[in-house]
Design a protein around this ligand. Structure first.
Ligand SMILES: Cc1ncc(COP(=O)(O)O)c(C=O)c1O
Length: 348
């Protein structure tokens, strides 16, 4: 496949290409990529500093063994039911490598995480999309789709909506292929589908350290599921996906449960405050189970987003149906949200 095609597919997905990093320096309020507004656990920083020693001359554990064991213990699993990747994004890509060949269908509800479409192009798979609309329920047609690989992002992005548990379970039960439940945002939600891996052999649950663990810069994700599915992912992964510092960071982060609980609680509280203020300003809102809110401003979204940018504030704008005119705002600190709301008062 020509290199230029791959680059274009990825450029269509990424709002910023390397070399055009978003301005995130002094004075910018960056609420466009759902990073955590709070710092990682001090224990994680300490563990990384301690690990930054002469052992960095050696390759890391190919299986990220220490982190795999810690994550498995945390989730009540055996280490061979868990594998790690260089961010959740790498695990999504490994699912394509392992379970979807050229010409195969890959099914998912839309709108959803925009990485899936370009990955279909890159792997020459055929996207089988199942459109959803407000209030964004999981379409029953997903279960009967014959695709060997399906994705359910739950809570979904960019809508923030949480699909009903019984609908997800019904889709899994009706599927003969692999169903990947991407739970990147689940720690901010009232429930998870983690239990489905105990009852269904065809389910993989994906998680990331980028959101609720405040470690987007370290690039750590993990998958949980049936041993055979995990072995299939391991068979197609690169040798050393996680570096030594990331392995140490993952272990330390999963063990500091108290810090994790504090981050989640503060983000959920700030989400409520942000959502309430936006509703009062005339925005339409979808109830969010994630670390962002999805909202339709009472004025054209492109004007609002441009006016925010002039004031050094970044939010994510959508211009394609069925979500044209909507924006996604990452939950920030109280100070960041105050600045945003003040700016919106001037703009609207
Ligand atoms: C739905 C979804 N899945 C997976 C990811 C991947 O996260 P990461 O590669 O940072 O672990 C993201 C990131 O924003 C996401 O929104």
């Amino acid at each position: 496949m020509p290199q230029s095609f791959l680059k274009k597919a990825l450029r269509d997905f990424h709002p910023y290409v390397p070399g055009e990093q978003p301005p995130d320096g002094e004075g910018w309020v960056k609420l466009n990529t759902n990073e955590s507004p709070l710092p990682p656990s001090p224990k994680v920083i300490e563990a990384i500093k301690r690990a930054a020693d002469e052992s960095l001359r050696l390759y890391p554990s190919p299986s990220a063994a220490a982190a795999r064991t810690a994550i498995a213990a945390h989730h009540g699993l055996q280490p061979d039911q868990v594998t790690l990747g260089n961010g959740g994004d790498e695990l999504i890509e490994l699912c394509f490598r392992a379970f979807a060949g050229a010409g195969d269908l890959v099914a998912f509800p839309t709108p959803t995480y925009p990485l899936l479409e370009p990955l279909c192009q890159i792997h020459e798979a055929v996207p089988s999309t199942h459109p959803t609309e407000l209030p964004w329920d999981l379409p029953p047609s997903l279960g009967s789709d014959p695709a060997p690989l399906k994705f359910i992002v739950n809570p979904n992005s960019p809508t923030g909506a949480l699909f009903a548990q019984r609908d997800v379970e019904a889709a899994v039960a009706a599927s003969s292929g692999v169903v990947v439940i991407d739970e990147a945002y689940v720690d901010f939600a009232p429930r998870s589908c983690r239990g489905l891996i105990d009852t269904h052999d065809n389910v993989l649950v994906l998680r990331t350290f980028s959101k609720s663990y405040s470690l987007a810069g370290m690039r750590i994700g993990f998958a949980m599921g049936n041993r055979d599915l995990i072995a299939s992912l391991d068979a197609v992964k690169d040798s050393y996906a996680l570096d030594r510092l990331a392995i140490v960071a993952a272990g330390a982060a999963i063990e500091d449960e108290e810090h994790h609980r504090r981050v989640v609680a503060e983000v959920v509280e700030n989400r409520g405050a942000l959502a309430g203020a936006l509703v009062n300003m005339g925005f339409d809102l979808v109830p969010s189970s994630a670390n962002f809110v999805f909202a339709k401003p009472p004025k054209p979204a492109d004007e609002v987003v441009a006016a925010l940018r002039e004031r050094r504030m970044l939010v994510r704008h959508y211009d394609r149906e069925p979500i044209a005119g909507w924006i996604r705002i990452t939950v920030g600190t109280r100070e960041q949200q105050e600045r945003l709301l003040q700016a919106l008062k001037e703009i609207l």
